[in-house]
Ligand binder design. Structure first.
Ligand code: FAD
Length: 265
């Protein structure tokens, strides 16, 4: 199918972008998810506001102990090292396993979060890194912990008149340990089960179980999971009775493997 007719708008600044959204336009970033929605006519916006030319929409800056990643930063830029330091190593390792390079060349971190596919990578990984979403609305910027950003399948905490402007991720020490396991039937497919564990010396380890039938499960203190992995992983997975047996089995394996990776010497 072809999309229904729509107008194309290219806002030059954020106030213009917000005004377009307020008038009913649909935000567009890399259009890797919006495109199929348009083609299937699941979305029929009158206007698409192409955010990619906004100032500071893409790119990474550091302010003290926080890295700010523009929502329009592509997966490919992250894969290629746009994010510095230990966080950058972790994010690059995640980015290079999202879809295929042509998708990564256009798909953005902000578009991925705003789309809120339960199986998407950043939806699980950024809460594990302690990230924060920076939303921009008519009243200015609003900070939303990424642990609570996705509220359902294709649902987020963004208000209808808000745009996702950036994400912030705390700088990590070089000693931070990371475990990540993602099950795909073949390379480039969306995950069927995702688990991440971050362990920073002196802080409680954090874990996330993603690719569920809803928002990811964020465990702010995963000490018990690291101490008694078999019992705790089984308890966590059993709390999702809505998952089929095979999905519970791969979720369990994802948790085990993410913990094993974080414990690797
Ligand atoms: C073949 C294929 C395989 C894929 N595999 C994976 C995978 O393995 N893992 C994975 O994580 N992803 C995967 N994706 C998704 C892809 O990585 C993109 O991240 C995703 O499509 C959305 O990013 P985008 O920049 O293209 O957003 P768009 O498609 O432009 O937008 C997506 C949605 O977000 C809204 N939106 C966009 N930007 C903003 C904003 N700044 N503020 C508010 N709302 C906004 C749009 O209105 C739309 O509803 C895959 C996509 C394809 C086509």
């Amino acid at each position: 199918m072809k999309p229904a007719a729509f107008s194309y708008a290219r806002p030059r600044d954020w106030p213009e972008a917000l005004a377009l959204i307020a008038s009913g336009a649909r935000a567009g970033s890399g259009t890797q998810s919006l495109g199929p929605l348009l083609n299937l006519r699941l979305a029929q916006p009158g206007t698409i506001a192409d955010l990619r030319h906004l100032p500071d929409y893409a790119g990474v800056t550091r302010a003290g102990a926080v890295l700010r990643v523009g929502a329009g930063t592509t997966h490919a830029a992250i894969e290629d090292g746009a994010v510095p330091g230990r966080v950058g190593e972790i994010m690059a390792s995640v980015a290079r396993r999202i879809a295929y390079r042509p998708v990564r060349n256009r798909g953005t971190i902000g578009g991925s979060l705003a789309h809120a596919d339960a199986a998407a990578d950043w939806v699980a990984v950024l809460p594990a890194l302690g990230g924060t979403a920076i939303a921009l609305g008519p009243g200015g910027e609003r900070r939303i912990a990424l642990a609570g950003f996705v509220t359902g399948i294709f649902e987020t905490a963004l208000a209808p008149d808000e745009l996702l402007r950036a994400v912030e991720v705390p700088v990590l020490p070089p000693t931070a340990r990371w475990g990540h396991w993602k099950f795909c039937r073949k390379v480039g497919e969306f995950s069927k089960a995702t688990a991440c564990v971050l362990s920073v010396p002196g802080a409680a380890p954090r874990a996330v179980l993603g690719a569920l039938d809803g928002p990811p499960l964020v465990i702010e203190d995963a000490s018990a999971l690291l101490a008694d992995t078999e019992a705790e992983a089984a308890r966590i997975v059993a709390s999702f009775p809505e998952l089929d047996d095979w999905r519970r089995a791969i979720a369990l394996t994802a948790l085990r493997r993410a913990v094993a990776a974080v414990k690797q010497p």
